[in-house]
Design a protein around this ligand. Structure first.
Ligand SMILES: Nc1ncnc2c1ncn2[C@@H]1O[C@H](COP(=O)(O)OP(=O)(O)OP(=O)(O)O)[C@@H](O)[C@H]1O
Length: 602
């Protein structure tokens, strides 16, 4: 069993970034490395200002200069030479640490981005089918894509910027503290204002960014649904209507962003006013103190530069705050996704091999979400090796029944048994691994036809793939394609007809040589002649396995060992084709209609 599915929830909704910190312990060493190199970089970055002050000090005070005293060098030329050498060394350290810090921060951001995306995707693919059906795929895509990217941006740009700002305040504060206590207070006066302002803005911004992320998900969901339904849009000439609908969702996203930007942008002027106050204080009061002879000229010049260095970067606080809030909202969404519970979890019992393939439903009641029951106490047995069919009117619950056999859903009551074991106790390999399933909507992956057929058995030989294609009556059309088995399907590949896709899906299921074949309208889209060919092959293929077949076309299933007739979620008749005709019930009526239609059409 996969660990994170069952792991206890650690996410504190209010602290998504802290939750990430706890989740990704493996990155802590790299984080510490990044912090250390950023710190070295910041120290080296502040040094040139101090050196400028020292140089001014040398020129103004000569022998009594700070550098002269510390180094014990008398000549002003030599003192300036030393300052230049130190400056070069500092510059080299600054550049080197900048490089290391940037590589480490980016590596950290990319690493977390990658791990989080893969982990979230893996979790998503284990979530119940019902969960996927209840929300637009585009919204999940937005979280896996946009939200993960947003978080990466915060880790790459926002986190180092926060660290730089804090270090800046500490280092410059240290210099001021040594130079002049009074100026320290004055230059730092704006900082509490900025901190309080930041907190207020953060509170205001948080809900705004939650709205932005929700709007992105909405937009993504609408776009992907529309692209999937493009043929329907065109056929109903609904392009204008859909453009307006997308425009409305996009406008909602724009509005959400505008609100957030308006609030975060209002922060910048506030910070600037505070900065102006601090800078003016240092400029005037420091200058007066220097004129009075209370402050060295060199130190005064250092303090003026330092005030600039301290305060101007604070204008970026708004941007950093913005990144931080966006990052938090995204992290919350990703963690929320990771914490979606999986209710259909694999059991840990493995079936003894070879699996015989007996299927039994006992008193099965089932339905979707909070909706009414769609199956009302179904009892059904498919002995190992037999082929059984489920027929009935549309909406009678046939596909829902197959979903329970594959355990896409669990019944509300009753049980589904496979080889005598409750399917809830079986591991996926024993249950789904024993089944070859052809769904109503056939899905083809981007890849060659051979890749698609071999999807459930990637190690199959070329010959096995050909044999499966032949058994599914697909080989003729495949060989007629320019590249045959190597023809590309899926995105930007050859477009297959519905019947061709169904045959590939059938070949894919047969290649697994499953103990049970589960076919949901697997041949509904092929013509009668092809269907007859498939039936002949299928009879051979199912001679050695169990098969559960759903079909509307009764000719498809007339040779089944047993046919189960479903009516509004209940089994109303069952027996062989001949028995059911003799019973003269719903099946017989349906048969007459269908054979009559054939007679009319002929
Ligand atoms: N994913 C789902 N979520 C909610 N309700 C569903 C879902 N799938 C099916 N249903 C409902 O369950 C009932 C049975 O549907 P089901 O697809 O099992 O019928 P069916 O006999 O296979 O129909 P058809 O022959 O048209 O494929 C229907 O009322 C349908 O609306």
């Amino acid at each position: 069993m996969r660990s994170h599915v069952s792991q206890a929830l650690t996410h504190d909704a209010d602290q998504p970034l802290r939750a990430l910190w706890q989740r990704y312990r493996a990155y802590r060493a790299r984080f510490v490395g990044a912090v250390v190199s950023s710190t070295v970089n910041k120290v080296a970055d502040v040094m040139p200002e101090l050196l400028i002050g020292a140089a001014v000090d040398v020129v103004v005070r000569g022998d009594a200069s700070f550098v002269g005293e510390v180094l014990g060098v008398e000549s002003r030329y030599a003192q300036l030479g030393w300052i230049a050498v130190i400056n070069v060394v500092v510059w080299i350290i600054e550049s080197g640490s900048e490089y290391v810090a940037s590589v480490l921060w980016r590596g950290l951001a990319q690493g977390v981005e990658h791990d989080l995306r893969v982990e979230a995707y893996d979790h998503v693919q284990h979530l119940d089918l019902g969960w996927h059906e209840s929300r637009p795929a585009g919204s999940t895509l937005a979280t896996l894509n946009d939200d993960v990217n947003q978080l990466e941006r915060f880790l790459d740009i926002g986190a180092p910027a926060i660290l730089q700002t804090v270090l800046n305040v500490l280092l410059v504060g240290g210099v001021f503290a040594v130079a002049s206590g009074q100026l320290l207070v004055l230059a730092f006066l704006p900082i509490p204002l900025i901190v309080v302002g930041s907190l207020v803005f953060q509170k205001r911004l948080e809900p705004l960014y939650v709205k932005v992320r929700a709007a992105v998900a909405d937009l993504s969901g609408t776009l992907s649904a529309n692209l999937a339904g493009i043929a329907t849009i065109k056929s109903f000439t609904a392009e204008d209507r859909e453009r307006d609908r997308v425009a409305a969702v996009s406008q909602a996203y724009r509005d959400a962003n505008t609100n957030a930007i308006r609030s975060s942008a209002a922060f910048v002027p506030l910070v600037r006013m505070a900065i102006l106050a601090g800078f003016t204080c240092t400029l005037l009061l420091g200058g007066w103190a220097t004129l009075r002879g209370d402050l060295e000229v060199g130190l005064y010049s250092v303090l003026v530069f330092m005030t600039q260095r301290l305060l101007w970067p604070l204008t970026d606080v708004a941007e950093v705050l913005d990144l931080y809030q966006r990052g938090r909202a995204s992290a919350a969404r990703i963690l929320g996704l990771l914490e979606e519970p999986v209710s259909v979890k694999a059991g840990d019992t493995a079936l003894a091999r070879p699996v015989s393939g007996r299927i039994e439903l006992r008193g099965v009641r089932a339905g979707y979400a909070d909706g009414p029951d769609v199956l009302h106490g179904v009892d059904l047995v498919v002995p190992a090796g037999e082929t059984h069919a489920v027929v009935g009117a549309t909406g009678s619950g046939k596909s829902s029944l197959l979903r329970l056999v594959l355990r896409f859903d669990d019944p509300r009551s009753g049980e589904v048994l496979f080889d005598g074991q409750d399917v809830r106790e079986l591991d996926w390999d024993s249950l789904r691994g024993s089944m070859g399933y052809v769904a109503q909507d056939v899905f083809m992956f981007a890849g060659s036809i051979a890749d698609n057929i071999a999807y459930g058995r990637p190690d199959a030989t070329r010959e096995q793939v050909r044999a499966a294609a032949e058994a599914a009556a697909a080989l003729d059309f495949i060989e007629a394609l320019p590249d045959g088995l190597d023809a590309w399907v899926g995105e930007r590949g050859v477009t297959l007809s519905g019947g061709q896709r169904q045959r590939l899906a059938l070949a894919r299921a047969l290649l697994r040589d499953p103990a049970v074949l589960v076919l949901d309208e697997a041949t509904s889209a092929v013509d009668n002649e092809t269907e007859a060919a498939i039936q002949t092959s299928l009879r051979q293929a199912t001679a050695s396995c169990t098969a559960l077949v759903v079909a509307h076309r009764l000719s498809t299933v007339r040779h089944s060992h047993r046919i189960w007739v479903l009516d509004a979620g209940r089994v109303t008749e069952d027996g062989t084709h001949d028995e059911l005709l003799a019973l003269d019930g719903a099946y017989a009526a349906l048969w007459r209609v269908q054979t009559g239609e054939v007679a009319i059409g002929a």
